[in-house]
Design a protein around this ligand. Structure first.
Ligand SMILES: Nc1nc2c(ncn2[C@@H]2O[C@H](COP(=O)(O)OP(=O)(O)OP(=O)(O)O)[C@@H](O)[C@H]2O)c(=O)[nH]1
Ligand SMILES: [Mg+2]
Length: 305
């Protein structure tokens, strides 16, 4: 699906793309360079939806080009979802943003009449204009307007919820199948919760939570990239160990943390996906866990292939 992201200069478009589709945190996206013309990239959102982002630079010398005969067809055609990013911290540019927005809608109507349209009031942590006002200016009956902030942690949740609303029936069925496998695993291992993760964005493809946990907060839109990272970063050391004759292979597939009463097991499934599971210390048996994980790996890879 093509996702077109527009908005004025420094509205926060590239930050949002990197935050949501690459699992980058606020510290990693704070100092991005302005985007020159159009930046396109392909991602697998939640491992369920192939997305090609068209992140178009918002500086004046680029914006006018998007509406020329030479470029408009290329930019505005085949759009599945359109995000217009409005800087809620900048009152001065709101009228200019509205002009660009209306122009973009006109071109979308022509080239992608079925595109879903979303407006994001970005930088809501330092807002000068309320979401109510922004809804009044940009909203209409088929446009969803939401506030986002990367440092406050609302941006990922908001954007992911909107993207989930455009997921296909097939993608939802894949997630449901994996959910069932995880629920079985939880029962067998007496695990408290298990997640299959998409490594690219660190978001879950599917999860299952044991009924034993009473009202745990949802982790659906939390990026678990930091959990997966260690398994990849220790590689150099393992390579040393292998070369020195201490171990026979240098790629780890399981990492374990012991946190008083629970274990957190992170299991590498492939270059694209990983799993993590929360297990009770008193029911923990490593051998049993390893054979279950091997089974899960085969089943999940088959579903996703
Ligand atoms: N406070 C705050 N600042 C943000 C947020 N998102 C982005 N920014 C800042 O806004 C500035 C511009 O961000 P970019 O993502 O580069 O903006 P852009 O829309 O891609 O800009 P162009 O590529 O020039 O069109 C950067 O300094 C970001 O750190 C946010 O949620 N809160
Ligand atoms: Mg940019």
């Amino acid at each position: 699906m093509k996702v077109l992201i527009m908005g004025l200069r420094a509205a926060g478009k590239t930050s949002l793309v990197k935050h949501v589709f690459e699992g980058k945190d606020w510290d990693d996206v704070k100092n991005l360079e302005p985007t020159e013309f159009v930046s396109t990239k392909t991602y697998k959102y939640r491992g369920l939806l192939e997305v090609t982002t068209f992140d178009v630079g918002g500086q004046k010398q680029f914006i006018y080009k998007y509406f020329t005969d030479q470029w408009s067809g290329k930019i505005f055609s085949n759009v599945g979802a359109f995000f217009f990013v409005v800087d809620s911290s900048n009152k001065e540019t709101i009228d200019e943003a509205k002009q660009e927005y209306l122009k973009a809608l006109e071109y979308l109507k022509k080239y992608s009449p079925n595109a879903r349209i979303f407006v994001l009031a970005s930088k809501y942590d330092i807002k000068k204009i309320s979401i109510k006002e922004i809804r009044k200016i940009f909203g209409n009956h088929n446009v969803v307007v939401e506030a986002t902030s990367i440092p406050e942690g609302t941006a990922r949740t908001v954007v992911c919820k909107l993207l989930d609303s455009v997921l296909s029936k097939e993608a939802k069925e894949v997630a449901e199948k994996i959910h069932k496998i995880l629920a079985k695993f939880n029962k067998k291992q007496k695990a408290l919760a298990s997640f299959i993760l998409n490594k690219g964005d660190g978001l879950e493809i599917a999860s299952a939570i044991s009924k034993e946990l009473i009202n745990p907060k949802k982790l659906k839109y939390v990026s678990a990239k930091s959990l997966i990272k260690p398994i990849e970063t220790v590689r150099t050391m393992f390579s040393q160990l292998r070369k020195s004759g201490y171990i026979t292979f240098d790629t780890a597939d399981l990492a374990l943390w012991h946190i008083k009463r629970e274990y957190i097991a992170v299991y590498n499934i492939s270059d694209e996906i990983a799993m993590f599971s929360i297990l009770k210390e008193r029911d923990f048996k490593l051998g049993k866990l390893l054979s279950s994980l091997q089974e899960i790996k085969e089943k999940v890879l088959k579903i996703l292939s």
